[in-house]
Design a protein around this ligand. Structure first.
Ligand code: CMC
Length: 388
């Protein structure tokens, strides 16, 4: 139909108005509710940033205390849910488990789908996603599940549930907790990316908050989106095992027949550097030094970046490292296994998804319903089986 403008991949179609996140891809600017990402990463913490994204302002002391209290209050999952984890194969991908568990949460809170419960469900999700994520991990390595501890803050509690075992004392390393806070802040929102648009799309049908977020987790899983962080680490390991011939891998990425892309490179919006990658590269160097970890993959990543950015192919297409390029090296330094990286991204992105879901619901939006340009067969008559 003549009235429909075709925009594959939505490169120039604004699907909504939003007050949450600002990106200037040409200048490499990212702001949450007006605050530059650099300042938030340095000065804030993840729970405060979550509140900012959700409610539009930095919380005052009372608001933050109340929010932290809610996240503590809701941190356990229903005991019956523990049985779900037993049914998955040991090698189940934790993203599959996480999306299934988040959708399942809706069965425990069916009565709370009215607007006055939205804030409570938001806190529930932010609190419980950590518990669900760490249970998926514990199940995969055959360790007993670790309960959250009320005395611990958000990032600390996550590390505790991931790594504590009943037979010994576990003390959270403050360097790791700080690094985790920064990582989660850097992932917390990114306007209308694939998973956030998915959350808004599903939410626009008035599907419940748990179902909408579960859909976002599935969208994030793909290797062109959040799954890239896992793919980057696997790529760096491959390059290491292959003897570190960077030029060869850059050449492979340029070859369109090969199908290989340099994972963690390129971005739909950033045509200059990705400010998150700049922060992460610096963080990687600092945190690894503080933890006295000498990871050869950091050197490999830095060398690969250098070789790629000297190449005309990457320069002319404005392909720079993105958020996923350095994050995996930090997760690895914390002892988080590669197949959990995209789960980490989900925990970080959750407040963003929820803020967009809330914004959409608060404005009483119409259902999302894109149109298409039909290119299929014109009308034709049904052919009986014997004539085909
Ligand atoms: N390696 C090699 N070539 C690339 C790469 C790459 N990583 N990324 C883009 N290109 C090329 C692409 O082949 C195309 O070339 P040509 O113009 O000759 O056909 C050109 O650059 C433009 O690429 P595109 O696929 O049209 O760009 P897009 O905006 O549709 O895709 C992207 C963006 C991020 C999906 C893509 O750059 C990519 O696949 N990167 C690797 C995966 C990745 O790191 N994803 C994480 C994204 S950031 C955070 C997140 O969402 O999780």
């Amino acid at each position: 139909s003549a009235a429909i403008t075709l925009d594959p991949g939505f490169t120039s179609t604004g699907a909504c108005e939003s007050k949450i996140c600002f990106i200037d891809g040409e200048k490499g600017i990212l702001r949450y509710r007006g605050y530059p990402i650099e300042q938030l990463a340095e000065k804030s913490d993840f729970v405060e940033v979550a509140w900012l994204l959700l409610y539009g302002e930095l919380p005052n002391a009372d608001q933050l205390k109340k929010f932290r209290g809610q996240l503590t209050y809701h941190s356990m999952i229903h005991e019956d849910m523990k049985k779900f984890f037993e049914g998955f194969p040991n090698n189940a991908h934790p993203m599959a488990i996480l999306s299934a568990m988040v959708a399942s949460l809706s069965t425990y809170y069916p009565e709370s789908e009215t607007e006055e419960h939205h804030d409570e469900n938001i806190a529930r999700l932010i609190a419980k996603v950590r518990t669900l994520a760490t249970y998926a991990y514990k199940k995969s390595i055959g360790q007993p599940l670790t309960y959250p501890q009320n005395k611990l803050r958000y990032a600390e509690n996550f590390l505790h549930m991931m790594f504590a075992v009943p037979c010994e004392e576990y003390t959270v390393n403050p360097i790791m907790a700080k690094a985790l806070n920064m990582l989660l802040i850097l992932h917390a929102d990114h306007e209308q990316n694939c998973s956030t648009s998915t959350v808004r799309m599903v939410g626009s049908s008035r599907a419940n908050i748990f179902a909408s977020i579960s859909a976002g987790i599935c969208a994030l899983w793909g290797p062109l989106h959040g799954g890239a962080n896992q793919a980057v680490l696997e790529m760096l390991e491959m390059i290491e095992n292959d003897g570190g011939d960077y030029k060869k891998w850059v050449q492979k990425a340029k070859d369109k027949d090969d199908g290989f892309r340099l994972m963690g490179f390129g971005h739909r919006v950033y045509k200059n550097f990705d400010p998150r990658a700049t922060i992460l590269r610096k963080m990687c160097e600092e945190v690894l030094a503080e933890l006295h970890i000498d990871d050869p993959l950091l050197q490999i990543a830095e060398n690969l970046e250098k070789v790629a950015l000297e190449d005309e192919y990457f320069v002319s297409r404005k392909l720079y490292p993105n958020v996923d390029f350095y994050s995996g090296i930090l997760y690895r330094a914390m002892g988080i296994p590669t197949n959990m990286f995209t789960v980490m991204f989900s925990i970080g992105r959750l407040p963003g998804w929820l803020a967009h879901w809330k914004e959409l619901r608060d404005e009483d939006s119409r259902i999302y319903r894109p149109r298409q340009v039909y290119t299929g067969a014109t009308e034709r008559d049904y052919v009986p089986m014997e004539n085909r």
